[in-house]
Design a binder for this molecule. Structure first.
Ligand code: KG4
Ligand code: ZN
Length: 333
């Protein structure tokens, strides 16, 4: 049995969790600072760092109390060292190092993106080889995995990430940041009335592009304003969401056909999207040999439990770091 304490502070959530054997969450304390960033329409790095500083020890106390275990029962400390905002990452990293030093525990470096994917193990254990679609505010990637610590990027976005396009369209619709959840809810009430063009529709491969779609939505709204017409915002949300989902499902289908895998993982903040989950579930009906393993909705956003899940595999593979571990803000797989 391996029990890890995990620290996550890469963006605007300060989180500490305690996870057993990479699958059982004993506690997962998450402090979100979204309210502080909303009036700026995005994360303000300086504000984020200050919040992390304020919350890191509080979330640590809550995680320890909720898990109801003795510190002596913890085997190692897992921490996100990238990608993310450097000033934010540093706070979690310092917290993790201090905890490791104080309790003489090994330190495990964890890639935030690997963490998002590993959270699928809270649903059911990932079966390899696996294909993962990682869709968040900063990343949109199709990744082939032969085991837990092996990542081959098949495709990625050339410009905006899927979540980023939700947030930018949200700004246009005057929705508070981040807008993914609100647009998702609006889309469910609307009709697809506008057929937005698909970027790179004729290209083979597994890459994505979402900035053209964002511009198309902006143009649609501006043109309607000039003609004094009104567009139903719910229909606009439904049409935009349909275009995002179509792009994600199409590339995923292509990858699944080209690389037969035992499981398909849907991960990252956008994985909470109801339309995306059901569209992919439908796609997977054509692949009976492939198990669909979406990350449970409560673990799709940033949290430390997912870092504990990924850290477990690093622990198994003997991947540890010294106390001079630095952040890597631009880290990819
Ligand atoms: O993974 P995450 O919490 O943070 C990053 O590492 O980026 O992802 C946040 C992103 C935001 O862009 C947010 O708008 C989007 O996930 N998001 C959604 C939904 N819930 C969150 N996008 C679409 N539909 C949702 N239900
Ligand atoms: Zn994330």
């Amino acid at each position: 049995m391996t029990t890890l304490i995990a620290f996550e502070s890469s963006a605007d959530e300060t989180s500490v969790a305690i996870v057993k054997d990479g699958r059982t969450v004993l506690s997962n304390a998450v402090a979100t600072q979204i309210n502080s960033h909303q009036r700026f329409g995005g994360i303000v790095p300086e504000v984020a760092s200050r919040h992390h500083l304020e919350w890191i020890t509080k979330t640590l106390d809550i995680a320890l109390a909720d898990a109801d275990i003795a510190v002596e029962d913890i085997d190692a400390v897992a921490v996100t060292y990238g990608p993310g905002l450097v000033g934010s990452l540093l706070v979690g990293l310092m917290g993790a190092k201090t905890f490791a030093l104080a309790h003489d525990l090994p330190l495990i470096p964890v890639n935030h993106l690997a963490g998002h994917i590993a959270a699928a193990n809270f649903n059911q254990p990932i079966i390899y080889p696996a294909l993962a679609l990682m869709v968040s505010g900063g990343h949109t990637e199709l990744v082939l995995m032969n085991h837990a610590n092996d990542f081959q990027i098949l495709g990625e976005t050339f410009d905006d990430a899927a979540g980023e396009s939700y947030d930018k369209v949200g700004r246009l619709l005057d929705l508070p940041y981040p807008a993914g959840k609100a647009i998702d809810e609006m889309a469910q009430k609307g009709q697809v009335t506008i057929a937005f063009p698909q970027a790179m529709a004729k290209e083979a491969g597994y890459n994505f592009s979402f900035s053209g779609l964002k511009s198309a939505v902006i143009n649609q709204v501006h043109n309607a304003e000039q003609r004094d017409e009104t567009i139903n915002p719910e229909d606009l949300a439904a049409s935009f969401q349909a275009a995002v989902i179509k792009a994600l499902v199409e590339r995923t289908g292509r990858a699944l056909r080209d690389f037969p895998v035992k499981s398909f993982v849907l991960a990252g903040g956008v994985a909470a999207n109801s339309g995306l989950r059901s569209a992919l579930a439908e796609l997977l009906e054509d692949f009976p040999e492939t198990e669909f393993i979406p990350v449970p909705k409560q673990y799709t956003g940033d949290n430390a439990a997912m870092i504990g899940a990924a850290g477990y595999w690093n622990f198994q593979d003997g991947i540890f770091a010294d106390l001079d571990l630095n952040t890597n803000p631009g880290l990819d797989f």
